[in-house]
Design a protein around this ligand. Structure first.
Ligand code: BES
Ligand code: MN
Ligand code: ZN
Length: 491
């Protein structure tokens, strides 16, 4: 779906008039001739319309009005998040309605809104309108999306510049969603790398390692996970040096990219296992964030690195009890082959620290089911070794709607990973499963490095539509990371 910023309302578009809660009726009436005020009032009253964000009333106006179809759309107090919800409701209603064009007339409220808020409305409209129908060959005409364009007129000054930024972020986010949505027979380590090859044209430097290269480097933890799969493993680094100074990146984004997680020999139950195609959601978010940064030419030096493997049971798969040696030299007793994400992340962390010495690392991973038990689908879990870093990420989450909630770390949790045969086990006891997973990762963070781990297991996939997404892949993390970079790594 396209957004157009224009000065006149295109003919034949359904016209949308956003109204503020406090002045809902007054603003709605302004859009029609006095002769029809009674009709509009009756419609608003009949719908108990009061301008709540996302509430809408549709009107078909008599001949003589400038427009035939009018939508009165509530935007609450006009805050960014409310505008986002309004856009989501609007597009949710019109996506498969048969209508192809909406025109939003902001002129009545522009002076009371920020350009950033209106641009966020546009971004939410595109995000909510995204679907992945490539494998649906028998959709009837009535099931197909029809809405192709949302034109915005009378927007506040500065909307175009704000929209340019959010357009780039939205393209990154939709890239993430496509990766997350693809089934594992289509998206596996090698094809994930292939899908990211377009980043090179945007100025991103790509480096990919295959199994042989990783064996050479001693990545025994990552390769132990991959060895049960016929698919080769990959490590993909995406370096965006938006300042062009050629130095090391200030920030590394690290993603878990398990393209399918059967659990391995510690195999998962059949029910719901198909969900594990999105066990690469962390890697997807990192790739989408790198795309967003490159598209908007962010003046920041950032590297994204993803560890890509498939976790399968096989005659050659690793066994519970196996001891593997990570690239860091630390040894790991693999108690549970289903705790594979941390085994992938630890070697990626070592690799990026040895090669690029980033001062800050943020990793994203669909790491533990326990995180969904803790936070459901409302917040991602945040773990950090640095309070200011944690606060920066929490703030970026609040600002973008990709919410986070911080969890504790500590020695008592760390001890739970001690092993009688190796330096550590890959799982702790039943309790605090998300925290011990984070403690495991922390064992691979070099001294002095600011590090945060985002466990996004509950956020990557949605069983019901939200303000900015349909059912399915959400693109969680892309807006968060973009904002985090914009606020703290650009100069
Ligand atoms: N990918 C899963 C975590 C997950 C589960 C994400 C459900 C999203 C939905 C991860 O690899 C895993 O299997 N974790 C185990 C860890 C356990 C063996 C300590 C889990 O959460 O059960
Ligand atoms: Mn697993
Ligand atoms: Zn997993």
């Amino acid at each position: 779906m396209n957004i157009e910023l224009a000065t006149v309302i295109p003919a034949a578009a359904v016209v949308v008039v956003p109204v503020l809660k406090a002045r809902a009726a007054e603003l709605a009436l302004r859009a029609v001739a006095a002769a029809n005020h009674k009709l509009v009032n009756a419609a608003l009253e009949g719908a108990r319309f009061d301008g709540d964000p996302g509430s809408l009333v549709e009107l078909v106006l008599p001949d003589g009005e400038a427009v035939q179809r009018l939508v009165i759309l509530g935007i609450g107090e006009g805050q960014e998040g409310e505008l986002e919800r309004a856009a989501g409701a609007l597009v949710g209603r019109y996506l498969v309605s048969g209508h192809t064009a909406l025109a939003v007339d902001w002129s009545g409220v522009a002076s009371m809104l920020s350009a950033a808020g209106v641009a966020r409305f546009a971004a939410a409209a595109v995000q909510r309108g995204w679907r992945y129908d490539v494998y649906r060959t028998t959709l009837s005409e009535r099931q197909r999306p029809t809405l192709a364009t949302v034109t915005m007129v009378g927007t506040p000054d500065g909307t175009a510049a704000e929209w340019a930024h959010r357009d780039a972020v939205t393209q990154g986010l939709l890239f993430t969603r496509a990766l997350v949505t693809e089934p594992a027979n289509i998206l596996y380590p090698e094809s994930f790398v292939e899908r990211c090859s377009g980043l090179a044209e945007l100025g991103v430097t790509l480096t990919a390692l295959d199994d042989a290269a990783m064996r050479e480097l001693g990545m025994g933890a990552l390769l132990g996970v991959a060895q049960g799969s016929v698919r080769g493993a990959r490590l993909l680094a995406m370096h965006w040096d938006g300042r062009g100074d050629g130095g090391n990146p200030d920030l590394a984004l690290v993603g878990k990219g398990v393209t399918f997680d059967t659990g391995g020999i510690s195999i998962k139950p059949a029910a719901g296992m198909e969900d594990m195609k999105w066990d690469m959601g962390g890697a997807g978010a990192v790739a989408g964030a790198m795309r967003a940064l490159a598209l908007r030419k962010a003046r920041a030096n950032v590297i994204g690195v993803v560890g890509l493997v498939e976790n399968m049971p096989d005659g050659n798969a690793q066994r519970p009890g196996d001891v593997v040696t990570s690239m860091s030299g630390q040894t790991i007793e693999v108690i549970n082959t289903d705790a594979e994400g941390r085994l992938v992340l630890c070697d990626v962390l070592t690799w990026v620290q040895r090669n690029y010495r980033p001062g800050t690392i943020v990793d994203l991973a669909t790491l533990t089911g326990a995180m969904i038990v803790s936070l459901g689908h409302e917040h991602g879990g945040l773990f950090a070794n640095d309070d200011s870093l944690a606060d920066q990420l929490l703030a970026a989450g609040k600002a973008t709607g990709d919410l986070l909630w911080r969890f504790p770390l500590g020695d008592a949790y760390n001890k739970l990973l001690d092993s009688p045969i190796a330096d550590m086990k890959n799982v702790g006891p039943r309790g605090a499963g998300s925290i011990t997973a984070a403690q495991f990762i922390q064992r691979f963070v070099d001294p002095g490095v600011r590090w945060a781990h985002l466990d996004i297991a509950g956020m990557v996939w949605a069983d019901k539509p939200g303000a900015t997404h349909d059912k399915g892949a959400t693109g969680y993390g892309v807006r968060l990371l973009d904002r985090f970079v914009a606020d703290h790594f650009e100069r």
